[in-house]
Ligand binder design. Structure first.
Ligand SMILES: Nc1ncnc2c1ncn2[C@@H]1O[C@H](COP(=O)(O)OP(=O)(O)O)[C@@H](O)[C@H]1O
Ligand SMILES: [Mg+2]
Length: 431
């Protein structure tokens, strides 16, 4: 079968690479893709939000399965459009993608379904928002309602910062229409983890938990980014905790979506804070996380094309009950970024050492912001590569990963040296 992956980041390279391993897949296209997806598949020059062009391409090429990486095409209704045209596509409908597309929708759904999340209020005018901020005696997070490219949540330590965030989002409209409404919520303390599940109909298959490192610099210093690295499994999520997350968060969310006539099919991603009072939902995403999915997919042994094919057709139940196969070894992904990211940075710098890094066993270098120019690969984004490695334990996976990182170089390259260091250094129990 022919598969189309939509997007151009590290997540999409991991998807394309994994799907291409399936004996059932004859060709993987990626639109628009990057230098890496062009090696493991075939790039198509269509942007991820050009829905009509994507549909025309999928029809013309008789694509058997389309897999959507980023959130934007999902919230624009790509799944509805492909489904109406009789094409198989994996992901949530436009109505279901509201769970990520509107933080107000997600918070209200959680309130109604009694899903643990931070206390909050919604505002559509700055004055009441300011009065609310001034009446709080705990730190707040101010969030634009709509999609803001991962920049719309402002974590504040003081009321002055929260007032400035209200000003930025609601008055200066830094995120445009996405900030017409805001959620102001209590700032929670704890460790952050990502718990993802494959969902289709009544079937919910949780994937092994992962931990992402969002801050730009070591020790969680500096501005938040799209993610500077991740590891999987995040063993601070114990089996008991995983069961609790399933029963108090994943199951009620899927049920509530169904009740509101937005039945969810796709990847349900819960961004969680593990607080002293238990897990709390920070937000939902409706697709795989980047970079969490790189170490996750590195460990997946099950045929991903079969899995997503079944999920798209509503037959996910055949994979229920522990039938997904995982490499027991943990995986670590370190993102190599361009100096200046998440702010402005240069593009077009030649990348050296990719072939040398690829020679290491149990290592895969996923491309994110890269582009092929003749016979060279050059930088083309803030997050450039996601170097991913498996190891006997987390320490070994980190060691292997950084060994590969040291073989790669480009002008202005920077990366965190402490990815996975928060996890336990002892060998993980075999599960
Ligand atoms: N209530 C909260 N308490 C503490 N930190 C938070 C809270 N909400 C969000 N954050 C932090 O801000 C980041 C981004 O917030 P999130 O809700 O995931 O929005 P987005 O990913 O759309 O920017 C989170 O990953 C987390 O680090
Ligand atoms: Mg987030």
């Amino acid at each position: 079968m022919k598969v189309l992956v939509i997007g151009k980041g590290g997540r999409e390279h991991a998807l394309a690479w994994k799907l291409a391993q399936s004996p059932r897949v004859s060709r993987v296209y990626c639109a628009p893709g990057n230098a890496g997806t062009g090696e493991d598949g075939v790039n198509v020059e269509i942007e991820a939000n050009e829905l009509d062009k994507l549909l025309r391409f999928a029809r013309k090429e008789n694509i058997d399965l389309t897999v959507v990486g980023p959130e934007e095409p999902l919230t624009l209704g790509i799944v509805d459009q492909f489904t109406r045209a009789g094409l198989r596509i994996f992901g949530p409908t436009k109505a279901a993608a509201e769970l990520e597309g509107s933080k107000v929708f997600a918070k209200e759904l959680m309130r109604h379904a009694d899903i643990p999340t931070a206390e909050y209020r919604v505002f559509d005018h700055p004055d009441p928002a300011r009065r609310y901020v001034e009446s709080r005696d705990y730190p707040l997070v101010v969030k634009a309602d709509g999609l803001a490219g991962g920049k719309g949540a402002i974590v504040c330590s003081t009321n002055e910062e929260a007032l400035a965030a209200v000003e930025l989002i609601m008055v200066r409209e830094a995120f445009g229409a996405a900030g017409r409404r805001v959620v102001i919520e209590k700032r929670l303390e704890g460790q952050e983890v990502s718990v993802l599940a494959l969902v289709s109909g009544r079937t919910i298959i949780p994937l092994p938990p992962a931990q992402d490192h969002k801050a730009a610099f070591d020790g969680d210093e500096g501005p938040n980014t799209g993610g500077m690295g991740a590891y999987c499994p995040a063993s601070l999520v114990t089996l008991d905790l995983m069961r609790e997350i399933e029963s108090s968060i994943l199951v009620p969310t899927v049920h509530a979506m169904k009740r509101s006539r937005r039945a969810f099919r796709g990847i349900l991603y819960a961004g969680l804070m593990l607080t002293n009072q238990g897990p709390r939902v920070l937000e939902f995403n409706v697709r795989l996380g980047d970079p969490e999915c790189q170490p996750m997919l590195m460990r997946l042994k099950t045929d991903m094309a079969e899995l997503l094919f079944a999920a798209a057709d509503g037959n996910l139940d055949q994979f229920e009950g522990g039938r997904l196969e995982w490499d027991p070894r943990p995986a670590v992904c370190v993102v190599l970024a361009s100096k200046g990211y998440p702010g402005s940075y240069q593009k077009g710098r030649a990348i050296a050492g990719l072939a040398e890094a690829a020679k290491l066993p149990d290592v895969k270098v996923f491309h994110a912001g890269t582009r092929r120019v003749d016979d060279r690969v050059v930088t083309d984004g803030g997050r450039v590569l996601g170097v991913t490695a498996l190891g006997a334990d987390l320490a070994a996976a980190r060691e292997k990963c950084y060994q590969a990182v040291r073989r790669i170089e480009f002008g202005g390259m920077f990366y965190r040296r402490d990815i996975g260091a928060r996890g336990p250094m002892r060998p993980l129990p075999q599960s």
